[in-house]
Design a protein around this ligand. Structure first.
Ligand SMILES: Cc1ncc(COP(=O)(O)O)c(C=O)c1O
Length: 483
């Protein structure tokens, strides 16, 4: 007989020491976030190669592993949790959620099936219900927490397909603006649609979908024998934070019998603010909505959300059972999450949202989001005062996009010039910005969304833009990054 091995069953002392040592490193790391570079990925490939290793037969001491992680691995990265991270769409990473994950993982209950953990499932159901109420959804709505916006968009697309198309769905067509996040096209690809079935609809001067163009494309496709079935509207695009006219999309979708999905992965939680509610007017008329708590609710990565106006539609698209499964709930108030999602086994995702919201209430989240709207407007006004800066997208939410112009520089050389400007801003390491292409022109974006970003860091950002722009105009060489 194999000898009994209890190494993995940590004693109370061992577990306490394990957590205490990790806590010490985590606290020091979080305290130093504002002083850490906004991004530091030099030598990343060499680090990754040095870390490749065969499966170890024996273990190594915990302090040594903590040192490896915190001293060598973690520092070589974008500082996505820091106040200077104004790139892509920042998250932030509420530490409360790290503690929630510790509880969820240590208790390791089974939340995919209501019968296995009724109270835990209810806590997650509460979170979904709060979000439905925020979106203005009716009582028969429902949803599920996912791992992120991409998975929410995938489940939404599959639900729309199951509701609006026959089993043979290959002639189905999807409509979304040319500013839509690529996760929508990826969802169509994964759901089995032929290439090109996502129609890229033109946008207006504010990067919002043009309803007239949308109507034209839909009728053109119907005439060609195709089956238009889904419109994806944007409540905050990744490029510029543009918000489509959601009421116009809802009217058109109703007329054309199309499923309306709104991708509010970035912009959705601005619904907590008065300005956000007025900018996202009409969102409650959508058939489904993607939200990303790991963006606008400041959670660490790993939590998205899909809301569906008629929760039975979500269930019809995802429910399947088997002989070995326990019985599921008939009461519509009691949720079996496995019936609403592609997942069966899953962690207690609800706790990571419920804990910070319940500890603090929603008020500080609302104030933080309001502050981000103010900061983006402030940044746009400050940018306008820098000689040569042209705003390419005014903030509709908390993103502003701009470039530096110069007499005699146009087209590709101007793009290259602005790429260099971006490198110079980032070389100072107080902020990390990223760029994008807007109607064929390279644009630098500032996206302010972290709960750790306040006016002081935005002032630093603007100072760095100003200095870098002045250097560019004077033709100065690129500065060496500070050590
Ligand atoms: C508008 C929008 N939709 C969807 C996504 C995809 O979300 P995730 O990265 O959580 O999968 C993003 C990500 O930035 C986004 O900005």
């Amino acid at each position: 007989m194999t000898e009994e091995d209890r190494t993995l069953e940590l004693s109370s002392d061992e577990l306490t020491r394990l957590i205490a040592a990790a806590t010490e490193r985590i606290v020091a790391h979080l305290e130093s976030l504002p002083d850490q570079p906004a991004a530091a990925t030099e030598g990343g490939a060499a680090l990754a190669r040095a870390l490749a290793e065969p499966l170890p037969e024996a273990g190594r001491p915990w302090p040594e592993l903590l040192a490896l992680l915190f001293d060598e691995v973690i520092p070589v990265s974008f500082n996505t949790a820091g106040p200077g991270y104004l790139a892509y769409i920042p998250g932030g990473g509420l530490p409360h959620t790290a503690v929630a994950d510790l509880i969820a993982d240590a208790t390791n209950r089974y939340v995919g099936v209501f019968a296995a953990a009724p109270g835990l499932a209810q806590i997650e159901a509460n979170v979904v219900r709060w979000f439905c109420a925020m979106a203005g959804y009716p009582p028969e709505s429902g949803g599920v927490l996912t791992t992120g916006g991409s998975l929410s968009n995938l489940s939404a697309l599959v639900t729309a397909r199951r509701e609006r198309l026959p089993e043979d769905f290959l002639s189905g067509t999807i409509y979304a603006s040319d500013q839509t996040h690529h996760s929508v096209e990826k969802a169509a690809m994964l759901a089995g649609f032929p290439a090109g079935r996502v129609r890229e609809v033109a946008t207006d001067g504010l990067f919002r979908i043009r309803p007239d163009e949308l109507a034209r494309r839909v009728s053109e496709d119907r005439r060609a024998g195709l089956r238009p079935f889904l419109v994806v509207g944007n409540a905050g695009t990744t490029n510029t934070g543009a918000v489509d006219d959601l009421d116009a999309l809802a009217d058109l979708s109703a007329r054309e019998r199309l499923w309306l999905h709104v991708d509010a992965a970035y912009g959705g939680f601005f619904l907590l603010t008065e300005r956000g509610r007025s900018r996202l007017a009409g969102i409650g008329r959508a058939d489904s909505i993607t939200l990303d708590p790991h963006k606008g609710l400041f959670l660490p990565y790993g939590t998205g959300c899909l809301l569906v106006r008629d929760r039975e539609a979500l269930k019809r698209a995802h429910a399947l059972s088997a002989d070995y499964m326990p019985s599921m709930q008939d009461d519509p108030d009691l949720v079996d999450f496995n019936l609403l999602s592609p997942e069966l086994s899953r962690g207690w995702r609800g706790l990571r949202v419920w804990l910070p919201l319940t500890m603090h209430g929603i008020a500080p989240f609302r104030r933080n989001l309001d502050e981000k709207l103010d900061l983006a407007a402030w940044a746009a006004a400050a940018l306008r005062r820098i000689p040569g800066i042209e705003i390419l997208a005014e903030p509709q939410l908390s993103i502003v996009a701009f470039r530096l112009t110069a007499p005699g520089r146009e087209g590709a050389p101007l793009d290259a010039w602005n790429r260099e400007l971006l490198s110079r801003i980032n070389a100072r390491r107080r902020v990390y910005l990223t760029g994008t292409m807007l109607r064929g022109r390279f644009a630098i974006r500032i996206c302010v969304l972290s709960f750790r970003t306040h006016r002081d860091r935005m002032e630093a950002c603007l100072e760095d833009v100003r200095l870098a722009a002045a250097e560019m105009s004077a033709g100065a060489p690129l500065p060496a990054p500070p050590s």
